[in-house]
Design a protein around this ligand. Structure first.
Ligand code: B1M
Length: 208
C-alpha cells in the first residue's frame, strides 16, 4: 500500500514515475489532497532544500526532485478548490533586465513552490516597469530578483527604486552568483540569499 512516507521519499530521490504512481494511489485510496501535498510532496522538498544547501545534493538531482513534485502536484491540484490550496503567500520572481540566465532562478522558484509559496515567475530580462506591473496585478508579499552578471546587478537597484517610487508595499529580495549581502544592503533590498534553499527560508522568515 502506498504511504505518504514513500511519496516523500520518491520526491527526495527524484523518482518521477514513482511519485506519479504513489500520488495517484494515495488519491485512489482516499487520502486528503492537502495531506498528500503537505505530508508527501512538500515534505519531500523540505528534505531536498537543506541537502542541496549543504552540498549533499546537486543541481541535476534537485531538478529531478522538483519535476517529481510537479508531477504529483498536477494530479492533486485539480482536486483542490483555490481556497484549499495551501499558500504562505505570493512571490513575484524574475531575472532582471538585460540578464538571460534562468537556471538558478528556476531552482529558486521550485524551492519556493516546494515550501508552500505561490510563485509568479515572470521569466528573464525583466525590466523594472514589468516588475511593477506584476506587483500591481498579483499583489505579492515578496519580489525576488535574480542576476548572474555584474553588468545587470544595477538593474536590481533600478527595480527597487521604482518599486519605492511607486509607493508599493512589498519586500524585495535579491540573489545570484555575483550578488552579496553587502550589495543587497547597499541597494536597499530587504534580504539576500546565497542559494535556492536559503531563499525559501528567507521568504518564510519575511512573511512572518
Ligand atoms: Co553566462 N555568464 N553568460 N551563460 N554563465 C556566467 C554567469 C559567467 C560567470 C561565466 C564566466 O565568465 N565565468 C559570466 C558572468 C561574468 C560576470 O558578469 N561576472 C557569464 C557571461 C559573461 C555571459 C555572457 C555575457 C557571455 C557572452 O555572451 N559573452 C552571456 C550573457 C547573456 C545575458 O544574460 N545577457 C551569457 C550567456 C549564458 C548562456 C545563455 C550561454 C547560459 C545561460 C543559460 C540559462 O540560464 N538558461 C550561461 C551559463 C549557463 C552560465 C554559467 C556557466 C552557469 C550559470 C548557472 O546556471 N549556474 C555561468 C558560470 C558559472 O556560474 N559557473 C555563467 C547554475 C545555477 C544553479 O547557479 O545561477 O548561480 P546560479 O544560481 C544559484 C545561486 O546563485 C542562487 O541560487 C541558485 C541555486 O542555488 N540564486 C539566487 C540565483 N538567483 C537567485 C535569486 C535569489 C536567491 C538566490 O533570490 C531572489
Amino acid at each position: 500500500m502506498a504511504t505518504l512516507t514513500d511519496l516523500c521519499q520518491s520526491i527526495v530521490t527524484g523518482n518521477v514515475a514513482q511519485a506519479k504512481e504513489l500520488t495517484q494511489a494515495l488519491v485512489d485510496a482516499g487520502t486528503a489532497p492537502l495531506e498528500i501535498i503537505n505530508d508527501g510532496l512538500i515534505a519531500g522538498m523540505n528534505i531536498v532544500g537543506p541537502r542541496f544547501k549543504n552540498g549533499e545534493m546537486f543541481v541535476p538531482e534537485v531538478l529531478m526532485s522538483a519535476k517529481a513534485m510537479a508531477v504529483g502536484m498536477e494530479i492533486v491540484k485539480p482536486l483542490l478548490s483555490d481556497t484549499d490550496m495551501p499558500s504562505k503567500g505570493t512571490i513575484v520572481l524574475g531575472t532582471v533586465k538585460g540578464d538571460l540566465h534562468d537556471i538558478g532562478k528556476n531552482l529558486v522558484g521550485m524551492m519556493l513552490e516546494g515550501s508552500g509559496f505561490k510563485v509568479v515567475d515572470l521569466g528573464i530580462d525583466i525590466a523594472p516597469e514589468k516588475f511593477v506591473e506584476a506587483i500591481k496585478e498579483h499583489n505579492p508579499q515578496i519580489v525576488a530578483m535574480s542576476a548572474l552578471l555584474t553588468t545587470t546587478m544595477p538593474a536590481m537597484k533600478d527595480t527597487i527604486d521604482l518599486i519605492k517610487e511607486e509607493g508599493l508595499k512589498v519586500k524585495c529580495i535579491v540573489g545570484g552568483a555575483p550578488v552579496s549581502q553587502g550589495f543587497a544592503d547597499e541597494i536597499g533590498a530587504d534580504g539576500y540569499a546565497p542559494d535556492a534553499a536559503s531563499a525559501a527560508e528567507l521568504c518564510t522568515k519575511l512573511v512572518g
